[in-house]
Design a binder for this molecule. Structure first.
Ligand SMILES: [Zn+2]
Length: 338
């Protein structure tokens, strides 16, 4: 049976390599900071190495171009589109100059409530309060969406130690800080924004912390967004108003999140916003229908695959890129695209 399974997997891989296909890369941050629990950062040096690999081996096109070709039924061959989610300021400060220097194009998906926001994304603030805080109680008890939840806290790890390897080593340990972070994150994921903020407020009050926006974790301002959008290297896309887990929310709320983010960006930038990305990649038939009815030309998920003739323009797959060396990046792309 194992041999049959392997043969089928190999034939699927060969079929995939033979089809005419393109690829959408998904980045989040081009930055270096020690704490990165979701592995969302690529260092500027490595991002430059990735761009060099793309320049030598592939045809980098805008997402709009890639999706336009798909709609004609003829996906571009060996074409790659670059995308960034969330609108962190390092996209503006670090990624944009490298893209411009390489003469390449990227789409940046913006969470509109965070333009000029006085707060970090909830998952970043949670990271600061749980992973960086020395003042957690031995038992952490929080009201999560109307339900009182309690966790035992491992007070042992040196939280001042920013060595990411050490941080990773906590992951497997029961009751570790990283496990605690993931458990609270999971319990907050599907809540409405106001309830997520209430959890963070309780956590701040329990730990005596105030709400701060770290310069390393802030998102772009409206001025920076405007300057970013003036660059020939950048297309702006929408990523909802508050970055909710869309399918956990009623249709009216999904519609508001999707339509309003498009309208806000169009009003700021005075241009059509044609591309959308589902927060957390989360979507269902309802959210895809709303995106299509809102006048977007395409939408991106986080399903890992290449784009080919049968891909749905409103459920485009993307390939998440890690902090890999140029060689590793090249090898991963070769496995996908041949
Ligand atoms: Zn996102």
């Amino acid at each position: 049976m194992e041999a049959v399974r392997r043969a089928k997997a190999a034939s699927r891989r060969i079929a995939r390599l033979l089809r005419k296909q393109s690829l959408i890369l998904m980045y989040h941050r081009v930055a270096t900071s020690a704490l990165d629990p979701w592995s969302l950062q690529v260092s500027p040096r490595r991002f430059a190495e990735h761009l060099a690999v793309l320049e030598d081996n592939y045809r980098v096109v805008s997402l709009r171009t890639l999706a336009g070709a798909l709609r004609t039924g003829r996906p571009l061959e060996r074409a790659v589109a670059i995308s960034f989610d969330d609108g962190y300021v390092d996209n503006f400060l670090n990624a944009r100059p490298l893209l411009e220097a390489a003469g390449m194009h990227a789409t940046v998906f913006i969470v509109t409530a965070h333009l000029e926001s006085e707060r970090e994304f909830w998952w970043d603030e949670l990271e600061r309060l749980v992973l960086e805080c020395d003042d957690l109680p031995e038992t952490l008890s929080l009201d999560i969406g109307g339900e009182r939840r309690s966790w035992a806290v491992d007070l042992e790890p040196e939280t001042g130690d920013r060595d990411p390897c050490r941080l990773r080593a906590w992951e497997g340990a029961p009751r570790s800080r990283m496990a605690l972070y993931h458990a609270i994150w999971e319990s907050m994921l599907r809540l409405p924004t106001a309830e997520q903020q209430a959890v963070l407020a309780e956590l701040r009050s329990l730990t005596g912390q105030s709400a701060v926006v770290r310069s390393t974790h802030r998102t772009m301002t409206v001025e920076e967004l405007n300057e970013m959008a003036r660059s020939d290297a950048i297309e702006i896309g929408a990523h909802t108003v508050n970055h909710p887990y869309l399918t956990a929310h009623p249709e009216a709320s999904q519609r508001h999140e999707i339509e309003h983010s498009k309208a806000t960006l169009q009003a700021i930038l005075n241009r059509d916003i044609g591309c959308f990305a589902y927060p957390f990649g989360e979507h269902d038939r309802v959210s895809a229908r709303i995106v299509r009815a809102s006048g977007f030309a395409c939408a991106c998920t986080t399903i890992e695959d290449t784009v080919w003739r049968r891909s749905n323009p409103f459920l485009l797959p993307r390939f998440a890129v890690g902090d890999w060396t140029g060689d590793e990046f090249a090898e991963r792309l070769r496995q996908l695209m041949g």
